[in-house]
Design a protein around this ligand. Sequence first.
Ligand code: 13P
Ligand code: SF4
Length: 311
Amino acid sequence: MVALAATLRDEVLELKRQRRAVILAHNYQAPEIQDVADFVGDSLGLSQQAAKTDSEVIAFCGVHFMAETAKILNPGKTVIMPDLDAGCSLADSCNADALAAWRRRHPRHAVVSYINCSAGVKTLSDVICTSGNAVKIVQSIPADQPILFCPDQNLGQWVMQKTGRKMDLWPGSCYVHVQWTHDSIYKMKRDHPGALLVAHPECIGPVRQLADEVCSTEKMVKFCRENPAPAFIIATEVGMLHRLHKECPGKTFVPAATDNCRRNECRFMKLATLDKLRDCLQNLSNRIEVPRDICQRALRPIQRMLEVSAA
Ligand code: 13P
Ligand code: SF4
């Protein structure tokens, strides 16, 4: 079993070399995928890497909207992913036609869309944000302009608290993060006294209120590395613990249990496997295609995000 896995890993690395590909992986990917990637990070880091890569082939190990964002940033390159069915419940919670109708009814609003949305929704957005830069992006909108924050209502509520800015919120959410409740987190804290609670802003308000830190997955690594506490309860998708263990040796990380499960996984993120990654590199299959006009219109709010983020 171990020898087989090593062979598969070698095959992936050899194909990556032959294809001159770059492998980008999200923090929620399985450990064996993270370990063959050139870059592992959050949505912001991944879009920044996609914007600057000079590889002709991008193998994206994450979910569809992430690979689609890489394609929008690189329309002339080949962007492939191990499994095209890796969607996102949050991205699915906002349909482009419904957003277009909302915009027609509210022409003065700036639309700030979380990157977890389709290319169609991006074309209707003034600026994109991620959990890593949402506060900064919202602060960049003129104070007298009303804002629709879309599609994650929990991240939107958190940004409202951080900025003091009132916004209209699209009623979307992530099926993974809303599974943590005040009670399930309260029990975790009771059972692990002395451990700090770190939660993703996609968690519901009563969970965020119990957290010592609320932040994007990339900032979780920095927070846990720099904080002197020896133990942390992590309320985000369980794949996150791989990087935390690697980059914060000697510290203890406990995945936050929900009422129903001890380890909360995103079923979409876990569709990528090493053998599917090998196959898509071998065949250059599972290509992401985005119509040219959609690419052009979706690029503008993504570029705006990258500019505001870098300022
Ligand atoms: P991050 O950008 O914080 O990694 O979050 C992405 C995501 O899909 C959270 O569910
Ligand atoms: Fe989408 Fe939630 Fe999975 Fe993140 S964890 S990719 S928001 S379904």
